[in-house]
Design a binder for this molecule. Structure first.
Ligand SMILES: Nc1ncnc2c1ncn2[C@@H]1O[C@H](COP(=O)(O)OP(=O)(O)OP(=O)(O)O)[C@@H](O)[C@H]1O
Length: 360
């Protein structure tokens, strides 16, 4: 549905050229919710402008719903924009129009007749849970309600893609969660493809099926959520499943284990805890759980655990054992390892880096 290939946008500034986007590939299947996350300056706004054909890329291709945007003239770009519903951080509703009239506005512009307009507006207000606030003016609505009106308005012309640019950045935690649930609900009911741009990694784990981490105009990490969160040295996994560093060094070699799988309560196997129990038996040594973060989203459970191995245990053996059971396992380099394990740790860590590079 959304297909961006080798997209580059270079701005000429007084200080020289700035590559705001430097070879972006991004493919989002129909009906998927894809998150694009990145810090300030990563290139998110430039990407939004290229996707909405407001900005012409320096090179590369942007296809939405099968249509190439980069080669269109002004009229074609205007038409293409109608296939994209936009939701912004600041909703920009028309103050002198009621919620219903705001939702109806794009239908008026598209020349939809009054009766059809009314029916569609009622349907959309019902979809976003605002039927009883149809006559309220923006000043009489809360921030979350205004965003709901914004979502209904974006969906009015039945777009193929809903592009949400920082849709929750101005909202509190509870309202953020409600709006994200609404976006998911809208996708489930209408099958619309959603691209959600945000600087907050936590937004991604709430609703996204897949994610792209942008850094300095490039794709730093990309894939479905489970793959990205269990990838070796994933920056997103560290942000989304943070583990506090240990209070004090102990006589342990430290391993970090990441996993994703079906939630055990839903009948899924509890791969990680099974593997740890087996590891204890295999090593015939105590394995300490020193920290961790486990979260459940939908039917999936994601986790990162830091475990400590006693000096008697072989680190490479433990790493191989856990990896063979499908768990992403990394050695945490640090001063906590004993002399004997340090050599092994370094060796394994070198392998680790090479493996990471090979994978990329
Ligand atoms: N019109 C422009 N002229 C020159 N440089 C620009 C222009 N627009 C963006 N840039 C530069 O391109 C890079 C990416 O900017 P962009 O606004 O896309 O990032 P962003 O991820 O949206 O950041 P933020 O979250 O702060 O909005 C930055 O280095 C920015 O300074």
């Amino acid at each position: 549905m959304i297909s961006v290939t080798d997209l580059r946008k270079v701005y000429r500034a007084r200080s020289g050229e700035v590559a705001a986007l430097d070879g972006i590939d991004l493919h989002v299947a129909a009906g998927e919710i894809h998150g694009v996350v990145g810090r300030s300056g990563a290139g998110k706004s430039t990407l939004v402008r290229c996707l909405t054909a407001v900005e012409r890329p320096t090179s590369g291709s942007v296809r939405i719903d099968g249509q190439e945007l980069t080669s269109l003239g002004e009229a074609g770009r205007r038409r293409a924009r109608r296939r994209i519903g936009m939701v912004f951080q600041h909703v920009n509703l028309l103050d002198n129009r009621s919620a219903a009239a705001n939702v109806a506005f794009p239908l008026e512009l598209a020349g939809v007749r009054r009766t059809a307009r009314r029916a569609r507006t009622a349907e959309l207000l019902e979809l976003v849970g605002l039927t009883d606030r149809a006559r309220a003016y923006p000043a009489q609505l809360s921030g979350g309600q205004r965003q709901r009106v914004g979502i209904a308005r974006a969906l009015a012309t039945d777009p193929a893609v809903l592009l949400c640019d920082e849709p929750t950045s101005a909202l509190d935690v509870t309202t953020t969660r409600q709006i994200l649930r609404l976006i998911k609900d809208v996708r489930d009911r209408l099958g619309v493809t959603v691209l959600l741009i945000t600087h907050e990694p936590s937004v991604v784990k709430e609703v996204c099926d897949s994610v792209t981490l942008l850094r300095d105009g490039r794709v730093a990490e990309q894939g479905d959520l489970a793959t990205v969160l269990t990838r070796q040295s994933s920056r997103l996994a560290r942000d989304l499943l943070p583990i506090l560093p240990p209070d004090q060094p102990g006589p342990f070699a430290l391993l970090e284990v990441s996993f994703a799988g079906d939630h055990p309560a839903g009948g899924g196997e509890h791969r990680a805890s099974l593997a740890f129990a087996q590891l204890v038996r295999h090593l015939d040594a105590d394995v300490a759980v020193l920290g961790g973060a486990v979260e459940t989203y939908g039917a999936q459970q994601f986790g990162r655990l830091r475990i400590g191995l006693p000096p008697t245990a072989s680190v490479p053996d433990a790493v191989a054992f856990l990896r063979a059971r499908g768990l992403t396992t990394e050695i945490v380099p640090g001063p906590t390892a004993t002399e004997e394990t340090t050599a092994e740790t370094k060796e394994a860590a070198t392998e680790e880096t090479a493996w990471g590079r090979a994978e990329r």
